[in-house]
Ligand binder design. Sequence first.
Ligand SMILES: O=C(O)CCC(=O)C(=O)O
Length: 256
Amino acid sequence: MKNVQSLSPQTFARDGYQVVRGLCPQPVRDALRGMTLAHLEPLVGPVEYEADVGYPGAPTSRDEQGGSTPRRLLNAYSRAEVFREWATGLPVGDQLRALFDRDDVFLSQCHHNCVMTKYPGYSSATLWHQDIRYWSFDQPELISVWLALGAETERNGVLRVIPGSHRLDIDRGRLDSALFLRTELQENRTLIESSEPVELAAGDVLFFHCRTYHAAGMNLSNEIKLSPVFTYHTLDNRPIPHTRSAQLPSVELHPG
Ligand SMILES: O=C(O)CCC(=O)C(=O)O
């Protein structure tokens, strides 16, 4: 069994991401995986389909072959106790309290709060972006927690990150209409060359800042890649009223 490491707030502040190896024990992983598969077959909504996102490689409509491929099982928190326990339990909560250096940590039900379901065959690539681009909070200071239920490698669409990019101010002109980095610009290409893959084994957990630029490839393996992802903020960083970020109440994590 791998040793669980603790996060270093200093490294996280510098890089905008960090991985804790083996944070999710096998019985919890098995339960999360079993519940996810039970919600995929038969499919339990709400679901985002690959055809909805329009990303490179996605089927262009739900009527086309592969058009019913799910990309995300949404509202994971309200789906089952096993998701709630993982998302608000001590393994994740303790790491977040250390990173935020505060005890009042809340889970947002409005962002991520999903299981990423990258299927072989019809999955799409995600271009370079910051998650905060469509989120509305007092400050751009949220942390997402990405759990690998199986190995995540170059072959099955590993997430790549640009270390330190959460500290950059990128001019609007370097982003396209959907706020992805414009890859035709040399300045952006140089930045992307500094990216790193975040290879994960089952049970490893990636913590990443909402301003960290990241991207992911298609799943070219023969197996589905399943990754529950939840996002957190502190009490002094509230969603702006009447925005999508305020549509559902945040959930407080309780220190043990
Ligand atoms: O697995 C992927 O394609 C990446 C998804 C992602 O970056 C996101 O939803 O923000």
